[in-house]
Structures are given as C-alpha cells and as structure tokens.
Write a protein of this length. Sequence first.
Length: 313
Amino acid sequence: MPDQDPADAAAPEEGVGRRCGFIAIIGAPNAGKSTLINRLVGTKVAIVSHKVQTTRFPVRGISIVGDSQLVFIDTPGIFAPRRRLDRAMVEAASSTATEADVVLLLVDAVKGVDASVTRIVDQIRAIRSPVILVLNKIDKIRKDELLALTADLNNRHSFAATFMVSALAGSGVDDLMTYLAKIVPEGPWHYPEDEITDATERATAAEITRERIYHHLHDELPYQTTVETTSWKDFKDGSVRIEQTIFVERESQRRIVLGDGGKTVKLISMESRRELGRMFGRVVHLFLHVKVKERWEDDPEHYREMGLEFPKE
Ligand code: GDP
Ligand code: MG
C-alpha cells in the first residue's frame, strides 16, 4: 500500500473525482417537465400549470448527488410554433437540448405517443449526447400499458435508458438521479454548492405572479400577458418591497385582469405575495400594476427580460 495520509483521502483536492453535467428536460407541453425539475431539485424553481406552454424560457435547477452536480434545465415545450413568442420558446428548447451533456425526453405516459411526441422523436435524432426516455405520470396508468408504451418508443429511437416516474408523487425519481450522477462527465462543479437556481430573485418573483395569472384567468388571456419586476427594495427589518407590472395587449384584457373593483388582481397579488414570502423566507410587500402595451409580443425588450432570442420575423 502506498503511503497515504488518511486526512487526504477523506478530503480530496477540490474538483478531483467530481462530476458535473447539464441535463436538458425536453418534451411536449404539459408532459410534466416543470414538475419534474422541482422534484429533482427538491424545491420550486419552475412554475407549473395544467395549461400548456406556461414555461417560456429555460430555467436551471441544480442538485447534488454524491460527487456529482446535476444542472437541470427546464425548457418550454416543443410544439408546432405559430406566434413569434412560440417560435422563440421552441428555439430556446431545441438549442438547450443540443448543448446539453444529457437530454431527458419526458413523455406523458397517459397521453402516450401523439403527434407532438412523434415530432420530438424525429428531432432528437440530431442530438449527439445521450437521450434518456422518462415516462411520467405513472401514478395514472396501468403497468401493462406502460410496458407497451416503453416498447413502442424504444422501437422508434434507441434511447440510452428508460425510466418510469411520477414527477408529482416522486416515485422513480431517486433512481433517475442516481443514474444521472454516474453518467455526467467528470469535471469541476459549475455552481457553488448551495446554489439551487441561476434565476434571479426578480425573475423568479415575476414567474410566481405569472403562475397565479395562469391559475385565475381563463382561455387565451394568460398567454397574452407578461409580468416584469420593475422595482425591488430591501429593508433593514428584512422585508422586501416588490413592484411588478402585468402587461396585457388590450384595454378589455386589462379590465378582466383587474376584475370587479380590482378583486381579481387583488387575489393574484395576495397569493403571489404569500408564495414569495415562503420562497424567500422573508416578509414581502407586493404591488401589482396592470398596463396595456399593444403587441408587447413584438417588442425585443420583453424577450431580453426572459433571456430569449428575438426571432426576426
Ligand atoms: P410542463 O408543461 O411539461 O412543464 O408540465 P407541468 O410540470 O407544468 O405539468 C403539467 C400538468 O401535469 C400539471 O397539472 C401537473 O400537476 C401535472 N403532472 C405533472 N407530473 C405529473 C405526474 O407525475 N402525475 C400526474 N398525475 N400529474 C402530473
Ligand atoms: Mg413547464
């Protein structure tokens, strides 16, 4: 046995033996990508809604398994884009997948193979990093159906591995994490140990308010709104004053967001404030303004705020 100081063995040099990888989570809208990243990270980094296309830009959530740092990237769903914002979202998802070390293709097992899954499976042929099939929502499907679906998908593409999970209930998620920790590349960690997301608190705060809008407003309206944090003041007593603007495209939409006597925006504000207080662990004073900005979707500034590329046409 070579001479070795036991203290050295216990505390390896920083970076030695470590692994780190970027793992993109892709899939059709509503497959459960945001629910999964929150589960993987163990805390809420991405907003979730039963409505499609809630996630507009890639969000990173970080977790550590043994010597591995796993940097998960939640992406907007991949679908056939129509509007300019749709195109920016889909492009962001596709380029994130191309640059990642590992790609998780999340499929809603209840929906099975539909048009959007077929489309994505066609696109992933261009990806060189390993693609792992993750069947989600297994809490809602029978075992034999699940096995048939697994066989079907593996016939369409040769996945590096297949996992079956319930992002909502948590089953299967630990096995997935253990596997990922083993296959990510060797190398130093990209983020400090205690970091769980690279989203700024301002951006997170805007997302939480947007989630509440998805919760309380119906039909197309949430898609025609965007939220910006316009002011952030920290106070000595630990509390924070946050001002945000909800942009809508028309006066009629502004009236809906406000509600009778302002009751809808008050409800959104109250719930968002509560959730932000919990997330940040401090008292939050939240002030929401609702403004009409026609065609905000055509304004490059809003894309920069979300970290999206502005599609030229
Ligand atoms: P995304 O569009 O892919 O990010 O999907 P979300 O994470 O926003 O989830 C879409 C919907 O599916 C939400 O209503 C979730 O609560 C639901 N969902 C996500 N994962 C599961 C799961 O494992 N089981 C069940 N039953 N529902 C889930
Ligand atoms: Mg999402």
